[in-house]
Ligand binder design. Sequence first.
Ligand code: G3I
Length: 361
Amino acid sequence: MCDLVKWRALVLVLATAVLGLGSGAGVGEQSLREAARGSGLLIGTAVRPAQLSEAAYASTLAREFNTLEPEDALKWEVVHSERQSFDFSQADQIVDFASRHDTKVRGHTLVWHRQNSKWLTEGKYTSGELAEILEKHIRTVVGHYRGKIFAWDVVNEAFDELHPGQMRSTIWSDQPGIGLAGNGFTYIERCFRWAHEADPQALLFYNDAEAEVVNPKSDAIYAMVRDFRQRGVPIDGVGFQMHIANLHADVASISANIKRFTALAVQVHITEMDVALPVDSDGNARAEDLQTQANIYRQIATACVSHPGCTAIQTWGFTDKYSWIGSHSKKTQGAALLFDRNYRAKPATEALRSVLAAGRL
Ligand code: G3I
């Protein structure tokens, strides 16, 4: 860290201690999106359309965030649940909400191995048929939102956890794949090219989990992105999901990873951040864990603002009332987001707000 960066970090820490920002005391009326205005950083969240009719949900969303992303509404099982038709009604609600509140929309996701429609996974299609189906899906969905969705997670989680560095075996890659099985990430390239043709202005991202730090998976993604950039494949960014468990984040490695990716002249978006905590049967976390959580949000946000190419911090939902963590952990984990179940700001909100207000380091 250079001296100036160290100095600004110190001022931030002192301000936090003196003003009690880390304790959820608040900094007046400034919202997260207002705090982010100076730096131009995108501060976003995943959204569930069914909740938009809830007044507190909608008002918090509109007040705090300048970017929204459908949590599930653009996945195949929702948008393409019948082979011959598309249903954009859920995602359209989010896009309409965004346009009424001067908010951007990220799209998630066009190609994934989960939440696919039954007709697709059980259809026993040939590679030729799958290629045709996938091309039509990408062109139709991206085309529908041309000019309205500014960035897409074109492909999500294509690299394997169990065999680090290797491609995941999926319907799109090799089961049976779209005709490019055995050709590494060529099928991903094909998807990016289709998406680019459907909306040449949209920013196209590759998004993945457990690739936030420098590790074999992020090494493999790095090699792919470098190759794409060298050959002019239209990729604009990489999304690091940032689902943090066990109250542990290797911030130095996360920062080094952001640095090497942005050096390839692609943007980095933190796309799905949450910090899961152990909770009791009422869903409550311990006070000291909430402080540790705030510190993690602060450190990750600081890592992002320290690199000009890191342009968005997005959380996977914003209220602990609605989060995937509870239902995916038999309710033993939760309280992972910025606002509690009553939409009150948590220590993490104040920590994030103070980093955003301090601006680029
Ligand atoms: O649609 C059915 C509904 O008909 C049924 O009544 C209900 C009963 O539980 O389930 C609904 O399906 C749920 C679906 O979300 C749509 O809401 C599934 O149970 C639920 O498991 C599914 O979870 C989603 C999960 O992806 C699936 O893998 C979460 O909401 C969503 O937050 C999560 O998001 C993923 C990102 O897309 C990619 N990165 C990881 C992240 C967290 O897993």
